[in-house]
Design a protein around this ligand. Structure first.
Ligand SMILES: Nc1ncnc2c1ncn2[C@@H]1O[C@H](COP(=O)(O)OP(=O)(O)OP(=O)(O)O)[C@@H](O)[C@H]1O
Ligand SMILES: [Mg+2]
Length: 318
């Protein structure tokens, strides 16, 4: 039995299909759902946590059906939403105690102490939340989420708005929970964090999975190097053997190649010949950003789009 299982999970808001036949299994891992704004991440999490009813398809958490066994599902999981889930007029301890009582946790006082200690908040437990830093508030939300010892944890953008050190600390805690056997489902916009800290990644675009695998597997789908060129004006995608288009981001176009050093001058030449001004070019190893651009970019092109024959008009810089 997988901790999270979905089959053709679908959700419409009126005529808009926000999640479109999502089939996914997640178990004993940190799984990251990545996707552009409005791609269906939160809608997916809301259905899995029983806060929103699917339009079609099915899903289960710890073997319990989200529609028929809502109460059992809610007992097995915790959900930390993107927006603040703590009451700033209460102390850290009072916040966690509130959740412990909500879930009817036995020996609540001890469990509250334990959850606060795990999140390294014992020394500030009796201070008001409004005196906490952003990172401490996020850790307190995790303490709240852990107090009833769930098997599955859903985190919507767990590190958004935090500084680098606080983000790293949150991820250390998430990794520690994973080591203890918890299944963790996160959404994030930070590709580098997904790459570094998550076991598997699903890229969602317009409600559908566009790429799925470990960060290493996904990066291995590209060739060995990535060349990014900043260009101005019109250009045609070069028809050079061994150079494949990854995607474009405003005036930046990326290509993947087997041998970057060899391809760089060929690509520069081909771009210039096609009529654009090449401002700069850089060479590096593939990242999840490239995987994301390729997966999402391709999906957003019209069906049957042929990159190699298409001329791209780029916005001229003023
Ligand atoms: N309550 C709602 N009513 C109508 N449409 C909605 C509602 N909630 C979400 N949507 C739409 O459904 C689509 C998916 O939204 P969702 O919030 O799941 O995306 P997301 O991937 O979480 O985006 P973000 O990265 O911005 O948080 C979007 O087009 C959004 O506008
Ligand atoms: Mg969202």
């Amino acid at each position: 039995m997988n901790a999270i299982e979905t089959t053709d999970l679908t959700r419409y808001y009126g005529v808009l299909c926000a999640v479109n036949h999502l089939t996914l299994s997640v178990n004993n891992e940190i799984f990251a759902l990545l996707g552009p704004n409005g791609s269906g991440k939160t809608t997916t999490v809301l259905m899995l946590t029983t806060l929103l009813t699917p339009t079609e398809g099915s899903a289960s958490v710890c073997g319990h059906d989200v529609m028929r066994e809502g109460e059992m599902v809610r007992k097995s999981l915790s959900y930390v939403p993107q927006d603040m889930a703590v009451d700033i007029k209460l102390t850290g301890r009072e916040n966690v105690r509130f959740f412990a009582d909500l879930y009817g946790v036995p020996h609540a006082a001890d469990r509250v102490d334990e959850a606060l200690a795990v999140m390294e908040l014992s020394d500030r437990a009796d201070d008001l939340i409004r005196t906490y830093s952003g990172g401490m508030r996020r850790r307190l939300e995790l303490a709240q989420a852990l107090v009833h010892e769930p098997s599955v944890l859903f985190l919507d953008e767990p590190t958004i708005g935090l500084d680098v050190a606080a983000r790293k600390r949150i991820w250390e805690h998430i990794r520690a929970l994973r080591k203890k056997g918890m299944t963790i489902f996160v959404t994030t916009h930070y590709m580098d964090e997904a790459d570094q800290f998550c076991d598997r990644v699903g890229i969602i675009s317009r409600g559908q999975i566009a790429a799925l695998g470990t960060p290493a597997e996904l990066k291995a789908r590209l060739m060995k190097d990535v060349i990014t060129a900043k260009v101005e004006g019109m250009f045609a995608l070069p028809d050079v053997d061994g150079i494949a288009f990854v995607g474009r981001n405003d005036d930046e176009v990326s290509f993947t190649v087997e041998n970057g050093r060899e391809a760089l001058p060929l690509l520069a030449d081909a771009l210039k010949k096609s009529g654009c001004i090449v401002r700069s070019m850089s060479l590096r190893e593939p990242t999840l950003d490239d995987v994301f651009l390729q997966a999402v970019g391709r999906q957003e092109e019209p069906h049957g789009f042929e990159f190699d024959k298409f001329r791209i008009m780029l916005r001229r810089r003023k």
